[in-house]
Design a protein around this ligand. Structure first.
Ligand code: PEP
Ligand code: MN
Length: 627
């Protein structure tokens, strides 16, 4: 700590302060400045700073250590990431917990669970013990409510979250639930924190309504010290003088906590605002501020909810919100967490059982490539091993030979357009199908050896597309672009010769992986740079259970109106087309193959009928995948 001494302190008094600190076990150094004299006191001693502030000659004491240790970033640099059932919490995934304020009946919570899942939430909330301001308000169904909650979770595959209000309930609750929630009113109920912490199970710790960030992290420290690391901090608004909202959502707490602590943090926009229409913008703001997830109240019939109806979303509002969040996540370099579809989960588990190893997903490029990032965003990091391949064809071959279960290849870039080689590989390999897609934001960085200055850099190595996308930056800084076969490989290559005038352009991950420094972040001319990847498997491998999109290829006879006739079939069946691309067919000059993406509607019959009709009109037709 720093002990600030009075300006005109006498040597005698100063000596007494020093002896006091030394007797307590501190090492003391005096620093005399132009205006102030201070003591720097260091040591692994804990002392109430007021004891020192009361000493004669002391103006104030400034602690330099944070009172929380286990929760701090200093102790653990990397983000805490853990699993709650099939859901990965923390890191690059945004996960949505949704459900009603309270479990009101078996039917209500089961209906809510299906609605939450349908909308894209990956966990279900619902209170069985409700800490209400008035003792006359609905107090929750207690253990009976927990039984219904568990059933709803099992039916839908959603892990369940519920609030615990008494230390005596903790043991009883453990077999019903996946995540304990400690409510705002109980954030400093230390006995509750200790009992819940000792279970070692995941816990959502809400911020108390008048708690400082430090008090909140100290409450997390209690949980950590009692035995659980699986903590999710939750900002749910604090009490201020502003009556327009139920609480004031302290969004700035999110980046602060993300910096101070390694623990994941989520936002509860429902209790923060108390009003349905304010929940939507604040949910997006929470994600933009860096939250790892959201917990949102949603009720199948909010107007008749027994608690918090006015802040509960209608199911369709939740669905729209989650669509908006999905659109926002690539901007942040994140991905919306999804429940792995049953078949994918089974395939991962089966591989682990049969071989003792994780299944593999192949990508093109060196470790650190944007394609590897796509693998990591699509799959849970610990579920698969990413396998680098030299070429796109090698990715397809590894899938076909069964060396890997999945391949992940880029298909289109928002600036450069389609990656035609992969479209061609898809059409040439009928034994491969698409089972998913993932969007990655491409942020290029100028990367060099440690402590190299921008002004010394003369050449930048990278994939030609990356060089083209950063051309303005390179021109402005007089850096010569040098083509290299891939981005991450260009960074690895910097290690092979000692030349501080050379740099590479690649992802931040690549810089980290090859122990290089980022000289300048985000050097692309246009920041709207996204690449969409498709996840491919062998035809006889898994299928997606409830697909929402389909990619198809077709060619049509060379006669007037042939293409228009096919396309009108989509329109007649009310199918929304999201992409149409044409490619020349090899060996058949001036004949074209069309690549079409469509949304699969609720009414699957309509979709099937449309495909049947198109099959009749097209000369060549194949569904590349439904996902
Ligand atoms: C709740 O989540 O239902 C709840 C009561 O929240 P809070 O503790 O944040 O008020
Ligand atoms: Mn509530």
């Amino acid at each position: 700590m720093v002990v600030v001494l009075e300006n005109n302190i006498s040597e005698d008094v100063k000596k007494r302060v020093r002896s006091f600190l030394e007797n307590k076990g501190f090492k003391v150094r005096e620093i005399i400045g132009e205006e102030d004299t201070i003591f720097g006191a260091v040591g692994s001693v804990s002392i109430d700073k007021r004891e020192v502030e009361l000493l004669e000659g002391v103006v104030k004491v400034v602690p330099i250590h944070k009172p929380y240790k286990l929760a701090s970033r200093e102790l653990k640099k990397e983000d805490t990431i853990f699993s709650v059932g099939p859901v990965k919490v923390g890191g690059n995934r945004i996960f949505i917990i949704a459900g009603p304020c309270a479990v009101e009946s078996r039917e209500q919570i089961i209906e809510s669970a299906y609605a939450a899942k349908e909308a894209g939430a990956v966990m279900l909330r619902g209170g069985a013990f409700k800490p209400r301001t008035s003792p006359y308000s609905f107090q929750g169904l207690g253990e009976e409510g927990l039984k219904y909650l568990k059933e709803a979770g099992e039916l839908t595959g959603l892990p369940v979250v519920t609030e615990v209000v008494a230390p005596g309930d903790v043991q009883m609750m453990k077999d019903y639930i996946d995540v304990y929630q400690i409510g705002a009113r109980n954030m400093q109920n230390f006995e509750l924190l200790k009992t819940v912490g000792s279970m070692g199970m995941p816990v959502i710790l809400k911020r108390g309504m008048s708690a400082t960030i430090e008090e909140w992290l100290m409450a997390a420290e209690y949980l950590l010290a009692s035995g659980t690391e699986k903590i999710i901090l939750c900002e749910r608004g604090i009490r201020t003088y502003e009556p327009y909202t139920r609480n004031t959502l302290d969004l700035s707490a999110i980046p602060i906590v993300r910096k101070l602590s390694h623990l994941p943090v989520i936002v509860d926009p429902s209790h923060a605002t108390g009003i349905r229409d304010k929940v939507l913008p604040m949910a997006l703001a929470g994600v933009a501020a860096g939250a790892n997830g959201l917990i949102i109240e949603m009720h199948p019939d909010p107007d008749s909810a027994l608690s918090d109806g006015p802040q509960s979303l209608y199911p369709e509002q939740l669905e729209k919100l989650i669509c908006d969040i999905e659109a926002l996540t690539p901007v942040l370099g994140k991905e919306l967490a999804r429940l792995p579809h049953v078949n994918e989960k089974e395939a991962i588990e089966k591989n682990l059982r049969d071989t003792g190893n994780k299944p593999k997903a192949a990508f093109q490029g060196k470790p650190g490539a944007y394609s590897e990032k796509a693998v990591m965003l699509h799959f849970n990091e610990d579920d698969v091993t990413a396998l680098p391949c030299e070429s796109f064809k090698d990715v397809f071959d590894s899938v076909l030979k069964g060396d890997v279960q999945w391949g992940v290849v880029p298909i289109e870039n928002s600036l450069a357009g389609s990656i035609l080689e992969n479209y061609d590989l898809l059409s040439q390999n009928p034994d491969v199908k698409i089972v998913g897609d993932v969007k990655v934001r491409v942020r290029h960085n100028l990367i060099a050896r440690k402590s190299v200055d921008l002004k010394n850099i003369k050449k930048a190595y990278s994939h030609p597309q990356a060089l083209a996308q950063c051309s303005e930056f390179l021109k402005k800084h007089n850096i010569e672009p040098v083509p290299f076969y891939d981005t991450a490989g260009a960074v690895a290559n910097l290690n092979s010769f000692e030349d501080n005038s050379c740099a590479a352009i690649a992802s931040a991950e690549a810089a980290d992986l090859y122990s290089m420094s980022i000289v300048k972040e985000g050097i692309e001319t246009n920041p709207n740079n996204y690449t969409r990847f498709v996840v491919i498997v062998r035809e006889d491998f898994i299928s997606v259970e409830k697909p929402v999109k389909a990619s198809i290829i077709l060619s049509v006879s060379d006669e007037p109106g042939a293409l228009s006739l096919c396309l009108s079939i989509f329109a007649d069946h009310k199918l929304n087309m999201t992409k149409l691309e044409s490619r020349p067919i090899h060996g058949k000059p001036w004949s074209y193959r069309f690549y079409i993406d469509i949304q699969i509607p609720e009414d699957k019959d309509l979709y099937r009928k449309a495909l049947e009709a198109i099959k009749e009109k097209a000369t060549d037709f194949r569904v590349l995948g439904e996902y």
